[in-house]
Design a binder for this molecule. Structure first.
Ligand SMILES: NC(=O)c1ccc[n+]([C@@H]2O[C@H](COP(=O)([O-])OP(=O)(O)OC[C@H]3O[C@@H](n4cnc5c(N)ncnc54)[C@H](O)[C@@H]3O)[C@@H](O)[C@H]2O)c1
Length: 335
């Protein structure tokens, strides 16, 4: 039985000092976890991202590195569940592919090995819709069996997607050969409170808001018909919790928001929620900037997540963007 109850359980979030980790820690603590450990080297995450949780006596922040087995073995002692988040996404992979390959591949292998050694009962692995790739092949419903498209995508995006495919297969290997149950959740672009600047598509929301704040017109690439499919961070925190609670193992499912939006719709929504602003300008590509494009209208189908772990998204973009904007008004985005 692969189910790990939250109440009274002990959990570690590897790479937990950031957007998804902080929301998930709050979710697990609210559901009665006896202990939540946030393990992070804070190379990208920030103490400020977890400051709101710091005084909770059931939360422990552990400075450690996934490239150091000793750190992982010590931190995993006594844990029932481990959520693996530490990763370089596309923008960081573009700057430092060497470090990205280390963390996204060997770091995952190290964490799985430490989890088995310490008798952890279940692992949840944060994968990504990057496992479907980018570019002209991406259109229609993306389901878990959709293959990887890479033609026309930036190299860093392909490398990132490929590392997530490898991470998923390492999880399957540890389930098959070492008996460690796992669930893979393929997140679509995350947005919400404690938003950072590391995800290309979510960064676009922040850039649009910043332009509007300065009274400048938001920029839309192309004709604005390009699709983006986001997921609200609180919905993902719930998905992570439910993946531990469910009996599911050895399965990979998509986690996306209720519906996709076009860039034009997104900019209109952000402008409306920001209290109005100038009409957008339509621009061409910025040289040197990593952009993630798709070939046509697409939707990341999340029905299988409901079958496997009982999850479906609850927060639509208007609601979630409203929460992000309210949070930004009191805080700077965490780098
Ligand atoms: N944010 C998104 O839009 C998005 C979309 C799809 C999938 N994902 C995946 O979800 C996960 C979490 O996303 P996020 O936005 O919270 O990520 P993030 O970049 O904010 O967090 C990753 C954390 O890992 C930590 N880390 C990096 N290298 C480390 C190392 N060597 N040892 C220990 N910790 C290390 C960083 O300091 C950071 O706090 C990642 O695996 C990411 O690939 C994110």
């Amino acid at each position: 039985m692969a189910s790990v109850p939250i109440a009274g359980g002990r959990f570690i979030i590897i790479g937990g000092g950031s957007l998804v980790g902080s929301a998930t820690a709050a979710e697990l603590l609210d559901a009665g976890a006896a202990e939540v450990r946030l393990f992070d080297n804070f190379s990208m995450g920030a103490e400020s991202a977890v400051a709101h949780l710091k005084d909770n006596p059931r939360l422990r922040i552990i400075r450690g590195d996934v490239m150091r087995m000793g750190d992982l073995l010590q931190a995993m002692e006594g844990m029932d569940g481990a959520l693996l988040l530490a990763a370089y996404m596309t923008l960081n992979m573009d700057r430092d592919p060497w470090g990205g390959l280390d963390v996204n591949i060997r770091g995952v292998q190290n964490a799985l090995e430490a989890a088995v050694t310490r008798g952890v009962k279940k692992v949840v692995f944060a994968s990504s819709n990057a496992t479907y790739g980018y570019g002209p092949g991406i259109k229609g419903d993306l389901v878990e069996a959709t293959p990887f498209f890479s033609e026309g995508a930036p190299p860093a995006a392909i490398i990132y997607g490929a590392t997530k495919i490898i991470g998923e297969q390492l999880c399957r290997t540890y389930t098959q050969k070492r008996g460690l149950p796992h669930v893979v959740l393929r997140y679509s672009t995350v947005y919400g409170e404690r938003q950072h600047h590391r995800a290309a598509n979510a960064l676009y929301i922040i850039e649009t808001l910043e332009k509007l704040k300065k009274g400048e017109p938001p920029e839309i690439f192309g004709d604005g018909s390009e699709t983006k499919h986001f997921v609200y961070v609180g919905d993902l925190a719930r998905a992570n919790r439910m993946a531990f609670e469910s009996a599911a193992s050895n399965v990979a499912v998509n986690c996306s928001g209720p519906t996709p939006v076009t860039t034009k719709e997104l900019v209109a929504l952000v402008t409306d929620l920001a209290g109005g602003g100038p009409a957008p300008t339509f621009v061409g590509d910025t040289p040197g900037k990593v952009r993630l494009t798709s070939g046509g209208a697409f939707r990341i189908a999340h029905e299988k997540a409901y079958e496997a772990i009982g999850w479906k998204p609850q927060v639509d973009m208007r609601e979630g963007l409203g929460r992000l904007i309210a949070w930004l008004q009191g805080n700077e985005p965490t780098h």
